[in-house]
Design a protein around this ligand. Sequence first.
Ligand code: ACM
Length: 262
Amino acid sequence: MKIGYVQTSPIFGEITQNFKQVEDLLGNAKGDLLVLPELFAIGYTFISKEEAESMAETTEGKTANFLIGLAKKTGAVVVGGFIEKDGKQIYNSSMIVSGSEVLGTYRKLHLYYKEKLWFSPGNKPLEIFEVKKTKVGIMICFDWFFPETLRSLALLGADIIAHPANLVLPYCQRAMTTRCLVNRVFAVTCNRIGNEARGEDNFVFTGGSQITSYKGEVLSSAPKDKPHIDFVEIDVKQARDKNLNKYNNVFSDRRTEFYSLE
Ligand code: ACM
């Protein structure tokens, strides 16, 4: 199957322009799984909770419609970030879309920095979405810092981790090689580029979107400072064999009775 990403340079609050950038970069590309950045249509650097609230949507909003259009055009299952509104709460979420259907959302569990002022932390269990005979798990950006996130998705059966991101630290790409290796899963980390100076903050996003194999190999690496798209062909079945060799299995070798994870 072909898995890929679109690394973009969103302009804060310019939703229509940000949608268009994704479409222009993709052209007539086709694939099976396509990952977009965290909050790809909005930008990242909010200055108040009210501002973030004003950009929140349900899974019937314009971002859902846009992603459905993209899924139809590319033939891919599409995962992209948005602000999810549920009653009075808003979440830093990603939506997964297949054909004309929104399959579900993932609400970021580990909020970074001032995200804690704007968003409620995710309140739903980690989940696997089964599409095209493939099990997709979703995590968002800073979730990578907590190895439990990817481990849990892998134990739930994920073959591929869709990882929308707005990375501002330089460590994730290296860490993902180890995360994927020790769990024997593929991952598509889709980051953004550019900078956003708003309020007291001036974030520089680190690009370098990456597709990582179940052996920890970097199959695709985007530039740090340019928009980029890429798709790579993978054999997803390789992620289902958790044997490292004849004697070691990365799941059944765990000594859970000796771990204290509380
Ligand atoms: C981040 O989690 N967007 C840094």
